[in-house]
Design a protein around this ligand. Structure first.
Ligand SMILES: [Zn+2]
Ligand SMILES: [Zn+2]
Ligand SMILES: [Zn+2]
Length: 157
């Protein structure tokens, strides 16, 4: 990722933290930077490894999980429950309100795209869930996909 884009994401992230009364400590910022640089979902343990290699500091996995929870609450980072991995929000530098995300996950190369879900889709989901006497707790959607490149490769085989 180009440095100026990374700088733009980090400065907007600092602003989002300030707006929410959260301190963007050096460690939180470094963890966020690891995810920005990776440009793909990482597990907490992968973050510990990269952090150790980059900053010569061994973080306890528990403290990485806590930092990730904080970053997820803003949200600067999202957790992919189906993969048990974390990725940086792709809308940090956007000015629009953050929508409930759906993640398109390529099962072949691991590439992920984050898209906002239209509110009428969420309403329809909620209605159908309430009809079954359940309550929706988390409407984040993770879809197993093939990206365009991988779909083309599959077609060539
Ligand atoms: Zn997001
Ligand atoms: Zn956006
Ligand atoms: Zn792919």
């Amino acid at each position: 990722m180009p440095n100026n884009l990374q700088a733009a994401i980090l400065s907007k992230a600092a602003q989002i933290c300030a707006n929410n009364g959260v301190k963007l400590t050096d460690k939180r910022k470094n963890v966020l930077t690891v995810l920005i640089d990776a440009n793909k979902p990482l597990s907490a343990y992968e973050i510990v490894d990269i952090y150790r290699a980059t900053h010569q500091v061994a973080l306890a996995p528990m403290s990485v999980y806590r930092m990730l929870d904080t970053l997820c609450s803003l949200p600067l980072v999202h957790k992919l429950s189906s993969e048990n991995k974390y990725l940086v929000c792709s809308h940090i530098t956007c000015d629009h309100a953050h929508e409930t995300p759906q993640f398109l996950i390529c099962k072949c190369c691991g590439k992920v795209a984050e898209r906002g879900i239209q509110s009428n889709v969420i309403t329809a989901l909620k209605d159908s869930i309430e009809q079954a006497d359940f309550q929706l707790i988390n409407s984040q959607i993770e879809l197993q996909c093939l990206c365009k490149d991988c779909a083309q490769n599959v077609a060539k085989k």
